[in-house]
Write a protein that binds this ligand. Structure first.
Ligand code: ZN
Length: 463
């Protein structure tokens, strides 16, 4: 994610924001917990059969979850926000269920042992409601939360961190990655786009059903579906890979063209830095939304329908997340700096492109961080999930490691770390251990611990 930070004066002076604004209570004290996860289950595949018409805002869903148990269980709990469930079946058998806010509790037919695998089919539907984050606003009835969003007869999804439950029942934790199939039925005047490979388009009476397969593991926060009328442009990236750029026709075919035309150069840059692009398809999609950020939705990067600050550097940021964030995914939200710190690091490299200007950029960032006494990038409170410390000091961790071990050892680490955790999850201790091993310098352990966990920023190493 790359968020455009609005200055306070602009927020205070924007008339539309002054009209009937309701802000959810500030909840700086809320810890980043894992209450939305069921530790007993591992969802291996989500098959989501969705029918939606943005004109009515209704979403009807049949979610089929392939689940295996990590421990004995007689019930399971999924995250689901504000959508009524009508029927639940486990391996074809009707089972009792109950709903409470953001929770769907399902009784299994019997106590099942660890290792048991079964299918859960959940029929649900209604008008999706965005999940409001602490501090989010509802301005004149328009929510500024996460999840399924409908605007001007189009719909799109921005989940991070916990919006997935606004449109499908899920084990909503980054460490439970799964493959996905999306069948999205929409009015035949519209197109649906989702993560992965388009495998079929089937016409029905007044409808079209688009099926997409995401066959690489994906965290729930990276899943997305878009429904609108689009201009679609195919852009060759390199042999065997092309980008599909989808632009709502409302925005015009040349919307942000100066940025998306740089995709081939950006992909080449990242492949040279790290290794092959992780996924079988590459998409970039714009929305009609006015969100202040882009999101690295897996193999289908989402950008809002307005210009964001940061220009092409922001695009490189989201592309780099395909390796760091999407393929190598933080195990817990506390580890989010392992996603945002890496993306900010690669953005630094792309924007500067030579050693002298990179050094200056890092120095400027370091000075700002020191002046503001920027706390540790490892966060424990929800309030800090997208704070500058995660991005800025997160990137400085990598610059400090590079300055300590030298360019050659750092590149060896970068590629080795990526290969070790590709398509999996990684925790901060995993990162520190890998850095010590792959650079061949166990002494970096203490330095990294100070940079990652200490409230007081350590001195930047002399390179
Ligand atoms: Zn990001």
């Amino acid at each position: 994610m790359k968020r455009l930070v609005l200055p306070l004066w602009l927020i205070l002076c924007t008339p539309s924001l002054l009209a009937s604004t309701v802000t959810t209570p500030a909840t700086a004290h809320i810890p980043l917990e894992t209450a939305l996860r069921d530790p007993a289950i591992d969802v291996e595949h989500y098959d989501l059969d969705l029918t939606s018409d943005p004109a009515t805002q209704l979403l009807d869903g049949v979610a089929t979850l392939s689940v295996s148990l990590k421990q004995d269980a007689s019930e399971l709990t999924l995250a689901l926000h504000a959508l009524p469930v009508t029927v639940v079946l486990v391996d074809g058998q009707l089972v009792p269920f109950s709903q409470s806010p953001d929770r769907l509790n399902i009784q299994l037919p019997e106590v099942l042992p660890a290792g048991a695998a079964f299918q859960v089919v959940i029929h649900y539907g209604g008008i999706p409601q965005q999940v409001l984050e602490p501090g989010d606003s509802v301005v004149s009835g328009v929510a500024d939360g996460v999840g399924w969003k409908t605007i001007r007869r189009s719909s799109y999804v921005l989940n991070e961190p916990d919006g997935a439950m606004s449109w499908f029942p899920c084990n909503d934790v980054p460490s439970d990655k799964a493959t996905y199939t999306f069948h999205v039925t929409v009015p035949d005047t519209l197109r649906a786009v989702a993560n992965g490979q388009l495998t079929s388009t089937v016409s029905g009476p007044g409808t079209r059903t688009f099926t997409y397969d995401m066959d690489s593991p994906m965290a729930t926060y990276l899943a997305t579906v878009h429904i609108d009328r689009y201009t679609q442009v195919t852009l060759p990236l390199r042999a065997g890979l092309e980008a599909m750029v989808s632009i709502p026709t409302m925005l015009g075919a040349n919307f942000q063209k100066a940025n998306w035309q740089q995709l081939p150069a950006m992909l080449k840059f990242m492949e040279q830095q790290v290794g092959p692009y992780p996924f079988g398809t590459f998409g970039l999609i714009y929305t009609q939304g006015q969100d202040d950020y882009a999101l690295e939705t897996q193999a289908l990067i989402t950008y809002p329908g307005k210009a964001l600050g940061g220009g092409a550097g922001g695009y490189l940021h989201e592309i780099s997340h395909q390796w760091f964030g999407n393929s190598v995914t933080p195990a817990n939200w506390q580890d989010i700096w392992l996603s945002e710190g890496f993306a900010t690091y690669f953005e630094d490299l792309w924007v500067t492109r030579d050693a002298a200007s990179l050094k200056q950029r890092v120095l400027t960032r370091l000075n700002k961080a020191q002046a503001s006494r920027m706390p540790a990038p490892y966060v424990t409170l929800r309030h800090d999930l997208f704070a500058p410390r995660v991005y800025q000091r997160g990137a400085l961790v990598l610059h400090a490691l590079r300055a300590t071990v030298g360019d050659a050892a750092f590149q060896r680490f970068l590629r080795g770390y990526y290969q070790r955790f590709a398509y999996k999850n990684v925790s901060t201790p995993d990162f520190i251990r890998a850095a010590a091993e792959l650079t061949g310098k166990p002494s970096v352990t203490l330095m990294l611990q100070r940079w990652i966990y200490d409230a007081v920023m350590p001195p930047f190493p002399k390179s």
